[in-house]
Design a protein around this ligand. Structure first.
Ligand code: 5GP
Length: 192
């Protein structure tokens, strides 16, 4: 998605060799117009797939998932929680994910009633790095007897291997911008 790649190069920056900072349009301030185009792009890439629901993880995945949902006939968006608030009293499906940005292991959870047997659930997130968050969400979908319709990432960092891991797990992955490497603060995209 050229407009996204241009925006990453223009407003984003590489930190060290493995972190991308895109706070100006995705992770802190949100560019609603770009987000809408991102949602539309996911809908066109997964146009051949039946999607009953979208699953993401808080916080940055929520906006992306909501804009995508708009183009999937406004299907419901469920977001996994990273902590268990005292309002979450119902049974939940839980899976472990090592946080790339924080370095700690966290448990992501979704109330059982929001994953229904037989549903086709599309997973959406802002980044795909080592695939920890995506794999945890896929586990939760399967725990509920639902099918993973695919995984959509706004930005995939190919060199961290999460995308390949998920593809090997049989999940169709669509990433709108694929980063090959970060060198001296400069971001290089993969050709595919
Ligand atoms: P993974 O679980 O695939 O290793 O990492 C994906 C999660 O970590 C995403 O939910 C995202 O929030 C965060 N993440 C991974 N890499 C980056 C990055 O380079 N920049 C930012 N802002 N977040 C990242």
């Amino acid at each position: 998605m050229d407009i996204l790649k241009e925006r990453i190069l223009c407003d984003g920056s590489g930190i060290g060799t493995d972190v991308v900072k895109v706070d100006g349009f995705l992770n802190h301030m949100i560019d609603v117009r770009l987000m809408d185009l991102i949602g539309k792009e996911f809908a066109s890439r997964f146009a051949d797939v039946k999607v009953d629901k979208i699953l993401t993880v808080e916080a940055s995945g929520i906006a992306v998932a909501c804009f995508a949902a708009k183009y999937f006939n406004c299907v419901p968006v469920v977001f996994a929680k990273k902590t268990a608030p005292n309002t979450m009293i119902e049974d939940a499906y839980c899976a472990e994910a090592k946080s790339f940005t924080k370095g700690s292991i966290s448990m992501v959870r979704v109330a059982k009633k929001y994953i229904c047997e037989g549903e086709n659930i599309l997973i959406i997130d802002d980044f795909l790095a080592h695939g920890q968050a995506g794999s945890a969400l896929a586990q939760i979908v399967r725990m509920g007897g639902a099918e993973v319709a695919g995984f959509g990432a706004v930005i995939e960092k190919k060199f961290q291997g999460g995308g390949d891991k998920m593809r090997e797990d049989g999940i169709r992955v669509e990433s709108l911008a694929i980063i090959e490497k970060i060198e001296d603060g400069k971001i290089y995209f993969s050709n595919n």
